[in-house]
Design a binder for this molecule. Structure first.
Ligand SMILES: [Zn+2]
Length: 309
């Protein structure tokens, strides 16, 4: 087992009504304590980076807490919430860089996959998955999104960001746009065979397109005890899912990737939800321990000189 370099800072924590940002510090503590992760503090993202993918009016609204868009993602605004979102998105950029250096990295945060260019939704403010692609236009980025809910915001942003592709496997489609670079596969309740087939398809897609970087949304809201789960997959199946995705990416395809927690809403968090997220780190650390040779990865090219919108 080798610890995964993992982006996290205390700024991630925010007293959200849902576990979304409340769970992060508990997960970070546990995975550090158990030796699954080595925590690395990211710099928060700034307005210029965000304006590469989001409308200026929306960015300004969240930054200042003024205007009708300020609280559209969570239903409330506070400085701590804003600072948490900026830190978490800095964590996505840092995790991308570490993934390209180490082969596997993580962010104890969200990808914020429902966030669109013009507004936030579904506990997602600024789309950290699209941001990684927009700031690295020379890298092809594939998102394998296994949250219960399809990444509709990411799918919309694939239209504006040519090096971004999204592959969602979900229990709820969320009206997600489909195209050549936005693939959506739906799973009916407890249909493990279909989920397995879709995972294989996503990884075959990765094998054939050879992205420079993969981002894995290891959502825990498909879990059968989660209040938002329609697919209601078992804990054992989610363990299989994480292991299959990470072993295939790292050991079979040698593709660099980082993962984020994504959704997961069970309470009480410490007993039910946090161990599920921690297990993803445990599996990742085991997989990292099996990588025999250090892969050669391109350095990040984070550009701010072109506004995509
Ligand atoms: Zn979700």
């Amino acid at each position: 087992m080798k610890p995964i370099r993992t982006a996290y800072s205390d700024a991630y924590y925010c007293e959200t009504p849902q576990p979304s940002m409340r769970k992060l510090s508990l997960v970070a503590c546990l995975v550090k304590e158990r030796g699954y992760a080595k925590l690395v503090k990211p710099e928060p993202v700034g307005r210029k980076e965000l304006e590469l993918i989001h409308q200026k009016r929306y960015v300004k609204s969240v930054m200042t807490g003024k205007g009708e868009l300020a609280d559209c993602a969570f239903g409330f605004w506070s400085e701590s919430y804003r600072d948490g979102v900026l830190a978490i998105n800095g964590g996505n950029l840092l995790a991308a860089k570490m993934a390209l250096e180490d082969g596997i990295a993580a962010n104890v945060g969200q990808g914020f996959h429902h966030a669109r260019a013009e507004f936030g939704a579904g506990f997602c403010t600024f789309n950290g998955l699209a941001l990684v692609a927009a700031l690295n236009p020379d890298l092809s980025v594939l998102v394998i999104d296994c949250d219960e809910h399809a990444g509709d915001g990411t799918a919309e942003l694939t239209v504006k960001i040519p090096n971004l592709t999204n592959f969602s496997i979900c229990g709820s489609r969320m009206g997600c746009r489909e195209s050549e670079r936005s693939i959506v596969r739906h799973v009916e309740r407890r249909d493990e065979a279909a989920y397995r087939k879709h995972l294989r398809e996503a990884l075959d897609f990765a094998a054939s397109t050879k992205p420079a970087l993969v981002i894995y949304q290891a959502g825990m809201d498909p879990h059968e005890d989660d209040p938002l789960a329609r697919s209601q997959m078992t804990g054992d199946f989610l363990r299989y899912r994480d292991q299959f995705v990470m072993e295939t990416l790292a050991l079979e395809l040698a593709l660099p990737f980082f993962f984020v927690l994504a959704g997961g809403y069970q309470e009480p968090m410490a007993e039910k939800l946090v161990p599920l997220h921690a297990r993803t780190f445990e599996i990742a650390a085991r997989v990292k321990g099996q990588i025999r040779q250090k892969a050669h990865f391109k350095p990040m090219v984070q550009k701010l000189d072109s506004n995509i919108l």
